[in-house]
Design a protein around this ligand. Structure first.
Ligand SMILES: [Zn+2]
Ligand SMILES: [Zn+2]
Length: 226
């Protein structure tokens, strides 16, 4: 599978079929200022750089790497992007300690048999929401549940509102610090955004808006919350 445009200004550049089997879906938002969302598990970095090149980007073009939460399938590529490519990393402050400490349990690195070196986080995200300039405004929302510091992002490209909801499907484990009540509230926040396209962390792209809503509601139903 090749990297592709989800819609104008949004690309999928990594994922199990695009970079390496362990990787989460990796997205690039560029409405004038490229921002990378998540980094994969780290075994597919050469492929990720190739994919970026295939759609006309070099790592130097990227202004920021946003990590949606602390799990290794999302952050394992971050050491490479930070050290080899010099890119700044952002993660919510509640999920920062496991990656800053290279905690193999809380990052689930031990599950994957991957070593995560301690990472330097440039931007610790605080509070409930914030935004960056990606050419258009890329907003983040604190959406705890899967982990305490999980975030979701959204952007409007002029035509569509695109929601990046990595691992909103779970799973939920005590060792992750998961919280189903917090997750329930987070999912309702995401439904209220009325986004048109969902870029999911492991299941790719869901659209249109009615399917996106059904996708989240199906998970709420599965966990007895609807
Ligand atoms: Zn996860
Ligand atoms: Zn994941």
């Amino acid at each position: 599978m090749k990297p592709f445009a989800v819609c104008e200004g949004v690309f999928q550049v990594g994922g199990p079929e695009l970079t390496a089997p362990d990787d989460c879906c990796i997205y690039l938002v560029d409405l004038g200022k490229p921002i990378l969302i998540d980094a994969g598990a780290g075994r597919g970095m050469r492929k990720l750089l190739q994919n970026l090149e295939d759609i006309g980007y070099s790592p130097r073009d990227i202004s920021l790497v946003v990590l949606t939460h602390c799990h290794i399938d999302h952050v394992g590529g971050a050491p490479y992007l930070a050290e080899e490519c010099g890119l700044p990393l952002a993660i919510h402050e509640l999920d920062a300690p496991p990656v800053e400490e290279g905690d193999a349990r809380r990052t689930a690195a031990s599950w994957y048999g991957i070593d995560l070196p301690p990472l330097t986080i440039k931007h610790r995200l605080r509070g409930e929401e914030g935004e960056w300039d990606a050419g258009a405004t890329l907003r983040w929302l604190h959406t705890p549940g899967h982990t305490p510091g999980s975030i979701s992002l959204y952007v409007n490209n002029g035509l569509y509102t695109v929601l990046f909801g990595q691992d909103i499907h779970g799973p939920f484990y005590a060792s992750f610090g998961s919280d189903l009540d917090a997750w329930d509230a987070s999912m309702r926040k995401l439904i209220d955004l009325r986004a048109d396209i969902l870029c999911e962390g492991h299941f790719g792209v869901v659209r249109p808006a009615s399917e996106l809503r059904r996708y989240i509601e199906d998970y709420l139903r599965n966990y007895g919350r609807l």
